[in-house]
Structure formats: C-alpha cells, structure tokens
Design a protein around this ligand. Structure first.
Ligand SMILES: NC(=O)c1ccc[n+]([C@@H]2O[C@H](COP(=O)([O-])OP(=O)(O)OC[C@H]3O[C@@H](n4cnc5c(N)ncnc54)[C@H](OP(=O)(O)O)[C@@H]3O)[C@@H](O)[C@H]2O)c1
Length: 276
C-alpha cells in the first residue's frame, strides 16, 4: 500500500518523491510557510531566482530546526544566466540569497531556445557538478528535442526535468523519453494550479469513493507513475493533507481513468513559444 518516499537519481543521489512548491509565495511570507512545510514533513523545497523569494525561503530553512543534510533544496537560474560563466555566477548568487553553500538540485528554468544559449548554460551546470557545488543538475520545461541537444553536444544527461504535468497535461511522450534516458520527471502545477482539474468529475468520483480529497488523489497518481510532484499551498491547513498520500493506492482502473483526461495543447505550455 505505501510507496517509497525517495527516488534515486541516475547519479545515485536520493531525492524525496514529493516536495513543497514556493511560487508565488512572496519573500515576506516565505519564511513562515517554509517553516510550516518542513514541520508538516516536507523535505524537498522548490524555489527559483524568478520567484523572488530565495531569501525568505533561506530564512525558513534556517528557522526550521531541521539539519541541512536532511533537506533537499532546488533552485533555478533565469534566462539572463544562459552561459558557461553566467550559470556559475547564478549559482553563487542564488546560494548567497538562500544562505546555503551547496544545492541539492540546480535547474535551468526555461530553455528559451530563441536565445540559443541553453547548451552553454548546461556546460556551466556540468562544471558546478564536477566541483561538487551541487549534488544534481537538471532542467525545466525542456522538450525531448532540447534534451537531445544537451546530450548530443555535452554527453551529459540531466538528472531531472521539471515540467508542467498533471492529469490534464499528461506529457506521455516526454515521460517516455525521460524513462529511456534515466531522467527523473518532476511535476509542476501537479494539481493543475488548484483550478478546474480538482473539480473534474472523474477525479471527484475517485476522491469520493476513497474518502480522500481530489488533491490527494491527483498527488497519489503522480507517485504511482514515479513522478515527483511539488504542490504549492499558502494555506497551512493544506500542507499536511497534501503530503498524506502514502497510506492508500489507486487501482489500475483508477490510474487509467485519470491518465485519459489529457486536454492536449489547449492547456499545455509550449516552451518553444513561452519562456520566462
Ligand atoms: N519550472 C517551472 O517553470 C514552474 C512553473 C510553475 C510552477 N513551478 C513550481 O511548481 C510548484 C507548484 O506549481 P503551481 O503552484 O503552479 O501549481 P499547483 O501546485 O498545481 O497548485 C497550486 C494551487 O493549488 C491550490 N491548492 C493547494 N492545495 C490544494 C488543495 N488541497 N485543494 C485545493 N486547492 C489546493 C493552491 O491554493 P492555496 O495556496 O490557496 O492553497 C494554489 O492556488 C510552484 O509552487 C513552483 O515551485 C515551476
């Protein structure tokens, strides 16, 4: 019934299977939410330069009373740092804001293919990995075509790709590519940003039958697919329930029912067109 609480990345690093997303939590609010999330049991915390809350997140990590080694901290570099030296500078600046001397996972936030510099940024990430400043490196919003360029031009496969993924955006082709290349898939907007997805009648029916919330059912779906969801909430009372997904499981039929809700391009972000 229960599920593993960690997955092992392709370089042997252990990563929690669910984390706490911090966008769009303002810096001034981030400290107390991160403290509350860690107290509720989260060990993976996801931020980014772009969220403008790394300092607040860092304060939260320090105030949490949990040792650094037990936490798994991810941040992401923005497009202005796409370059070999620039990626290393971005690391140093994010670490300073977070008050950390290493990261567990550092990601390129968007491929921004029109800039044509994500491979250079990737070379900078590889350097950070070799210098053991980061335990794992990855990307976000990369399509298989972008990933293939990284692999062809550097020979280094990302450990993680963080992409928009939920039962309305199932990204089957991307997941298959990740699986073939040993890339762990992390899901952003895992509960569809709390919008209409949670009211989907198929999900509501499963939630009713299992006496669980729709969010718990969807988060459990991620877990059973081997994905790493990072749900965000700014409401303390939702922190623990969103994490309370290890003592039940969805049947094969229920998994299939959720997996057939994909709405295709209508709701899926296209990172060849969009990139912050
Ligand atoms: N890499 C990227 O480009 C990228 C893009 C977007 C997000 N992210 C990361 O992914 C994280 C999660 O994505 P997201 O925040 O966009 O979407 P999400 O986690 O799917 O949804 C968050 C929304 O759901 C609501 N919510 C949380 N728990 C709920 C529950 N149990 N029942 C009903 N509603 C609930 C929240 O409202 P309340 O706060 O009011 O509870 C919030 O509005 C972000 O925080 C960020 O760390 C990454």
């Amino acid at each position: 019934m229960s599920a593993e609480k960690h997955i092992v990345l392709s370089n042997g690093v252990s990563m929690p299977v669910i984390g706490y997303g911090t966008w769009p939590i303002p810096d001034g609010h981030a400290e107390r939410m991160v403290v509350a999330a860690i107290a509720a049991g989260y060990r993976l915390v996801d931020t980014a330069e772009m969220y403008r809350n790394e300092e607040g997140v860092g304060r939260g990590l320090r105030s949490s009373g949990v040792e650094r080694g037990e936490l798994f901290i991810t941040t992401k570099l923005s497009q202005r740092w796409h370059g070999y030296q620039e990626a290393q500078e971005a690391f140093a600046i994010s670490c300073r804001r977070l008050g950390l001397d290493y990261l567990d996972l550092f990601l390129i936030h968007w491929p921004n293919p029109s800039l044509g510099r994500f491979v250079d940024a990737w070379r900078g990430m590889i350097e950070l990995l070799q210098q053991e400043r980061v335990r794992a490196i990855g990307v976000s919003n990369f399509k298989p075509s972008h990933l293939q360029r990284l692999i062809d031009e550097t020979g280094v496969v990302p450990h993680v790709n963080q992409i928009q993924l939920n039962p309305w955006v199932t990204r089957e082709a991307e997941r298959e590519y990740h699986h073939q290349h040993g890339i762990a898939t992390e899901s952003w907007a895992p509960i569809g940003k709390g919008g209409g997805l949670l009211g989907d009648p198929v999900i509501a029916k499963v939630a009713d039958a299992r006496d669980r919330t729709p969010a718990q059912v969807v988060l459990r779906w991620h877990l059973q697919l081997g994905l790493i969801p990072i749900p965000k909430t700014a409401r303390r009372e939702r922190l623990a329930p969103n994490l309370d997904i290890f003592d039940f499981s969805l049947s094969d039929d229920e998994m299939r029912a959720l997996s057939t809700l994909d709405k295709g391009k209508r709701v899926a972000v296209d990172s060849d067109r969009t990139g912050l």
